[in-house]
Structures are given as C-alpha cells and as structure tokens.
Design a protein around this ligand. Structure first.
Ligand code: GRG
Length: 297
C-alpha cells in the first residue's frame, strides 16, 4: 500500500464522515431515538470500502466530488442497513459490529428494524436529490442500479440463500452465486454509481469497469471468509469464527485456506487486467483492489 494511496483514502474517509454527519437526520430531530440510532449505525466506524470505490471510479471518469458524495452515501447507507438487519437475532444474531455493541443491543430490536428501513429509504431519497444534478436519465439509472443491487435479485436475495444454506453442503458455483449477490452486488453498484456521476461512458469501457467490480466484489468475500477463519475478534471488530460456529459453507470450508487465498489472488489479478486500458487514471481502483485482497480486518 503506497503512502499516496493511504493519504488519499484517509482524506476521503475523514471528509466523507462529515458528509454522512450532514446527510443523516440530526440527533435532536423527532423521533430523536430513531435518528440517534441511525447515526449510531452509520457513523464512527467501518472501512468505507464502497464509498472509496465510488470515489475512485468517479475520479477515473472525471466526476464532480459533490455528486460523488451523494452516490457514495447512498451505497454506504444501504450497506449500513444490511449490517444492522444481519446482526439481529432473526438473522446472524451478533452482539459486536465495528468494535461496538450491535444496533439492537445498544437500542432494541424494533428500533434496529426501523433503523434499517429508514437507512434504506434515505439512500434512495439521496439519489433523487437535486444536488446530484446529473442528467435525469442517469439519475433514474442510478436508482435502478441501487435497487437491483440491494433487492431480492441482489444483496437481499443473496442473504436469503445464505440463511437457507446453514448446515448444508454447497457446490462452488452455488457458493459463488450466493456471494456475487450478497456481497458482490453492492460493491459492483458502488463503482457503477460513481461512473454515472459523470458524462455517460462508452459501453465497452463501462463493461470493463463492471467486470473489475465483479472481481473485487467476489474477492472481498473470499478474503472475508479467510479473515473469519484466521483473524481474531479484536482485530475484526466483529465476532471471529462465526461462519464455522454457524455451520455455514464458506470458501475456506469448501476449498481450504490455501486454495481460498489463491482464489482471492486470481480474482485480484483479473480485476487489474480489466483496468489495463485506463492507464494512470485507474490507479486508485488498482490500489483499492490491493487493499481489498491484502486487508487484515
Ligand atoms: C440483511 C438484506 C440483508 C443483507 C445482509 C452484507 C450482508 C447482507 C451481511 C453481512 C454479513 C457479512 C459478514 C457479509 C460478508 C461481507 C461483508 C459485507 C462484510 C462487512 O463489510 P465491511 O467489511 O464492513 O465493508 P465495514 O464495517 O468495514 O463497513
């Protein structure tokens, strides 16, 4: 990881935290408890990988930062909602997220449910905001992209397959299908939303960036499985070893640790190959692929 990349990422992370503070409902606005819980679930935590992908893709196509803020926030709010719901007793039933008590533990289950609902609708509200000010057709396309990525044919569908797969043997293609939807779809959407913040891109270039997104989205999950098996709870900020405890099929249980690491490396290489034609402009996306595969938490 170069120093230039680290300072680029940390400058965006700090700046974006303020963007989120501003875009989320203020804690003293009625209903205060719900708004405080929404802020609790979103602020002060997380790597912000999806926003960074949106910023990097947006920089590649010369998008305006003010627009990118809205696109990146929409994706991050969907991600935060998914974590709040995933941690609830009816799903993964976890008590620790981003090094803090999960939302339903800190507040209560009903509040956590409403936090997820409200973050999801706020995400779409942001995409319709006049501050985004892209062409109307592109703005509609952004809403479509995010809806598809987060709904039953995207993240929520992947989560449904995940819940149904506990205690079952999945084949590699079945596991891949689940993760392309559960984790990959939103990561892919982050890149496409960043791209939509600038003038429309040629279809062939868009397809190559989308392929990059597909590769890093899957690599992210393979690495997540490796970390779940290898890292400790303090480093991850969430309960380690959950997959094995829950008898869930993962890349590690299916392939073994070494083959899972090899698969992540191959996806990383394929992601880089799809950026070849973009030259220097794609440097941040390249470094984000490195970060996703080399991360330790
Ligand atoms: C509840 C509809 C619904 C979906 C939940 C994302 C998800 C689907 C569940 C989370 C469970 C999980 C551990 C998925 C593996 C990959 C993943 C999304 C990890 C968490 O994302 P990070 O590492 O988290 O980007 P931070 O905290 O850094 O934002």
């Amino acid at each position: 990881m170069t120093v230039a990349f680290q300072s680029w990422a940390s400058a965006h992370q700090q700046r974006f935290e303020e963007v989120l503070r501003h875009l989320l409902p203020q804690p003293d606005t009625v209903p205060q408890r719900l708004h405080q819980a929404m802020r609790y679930a979103v602020l002060d935590g997380g790597k912000r990988v999806r926003p960074l992908l949106a910023f990097a893709a947006g920089e590649l196509v010369g998008a305006d930062l003010a627009r990118l803020n809205y696109a990146a926030a929409a994706v991050e709010l969907i991600h935060a909602y998914s974590l709040v719901h995933d941690d609830m007793p009816c799903m993964d039933d976890d008590v620790l997220r981003r090094g803090k008590p999960t939302c339903h533990v800190q507040y209560d289950e009903a509040t956590a449910l409403l936090v997820g609902d409200s973050l999801q609708t706020l995400a779409f509200h942001l995409l319709t905001d006049s501050a985004l000010s892209v062409r109307p057709a592109q703005q509609v396309e952004m809403v479509r992209l995010l809806a598809q990525a987060s709904g039953s044919r995207g993240m929520a569908g992947g989560q449904a397959i995940d819940l149904a797969s506990v205690g079952k043997q999945l084949s590699l293609p079945e596991l891949e299908f689940m993760h392309i939807h559960k984790t990959g779809a939103l990561i892919r959407a982050a890149i496409l939303l960043g791209v939509q913040c600038a003038e429309p891109l040629a279809a062939a270039q868009l397809a190559r960036l989308d392929h990059y997104g597909k590769c890093v989205g899957l690599a992210f999950q393979v690495v997540d499985d490796v970390l779940d098996a290898e890292a400790d709870t303090a480093t991850l900020g969430k309960t380690a070893g959950k997959d094995a405890d829950n008898d869930k099929p993962t890349y590690v249980t299916l392939l073994g640790l070494q083959a899972a690491k090899t698969m992540a490396a191959e996806l990383h290489d394929e992601a880089l190959r799809s950026l070849a034609e973009f030259g220097e402009r794609a440097q941040r996306l390249r470094e984000l692929a490195d970060f996703i595969v080399l991360r330790k938490f």
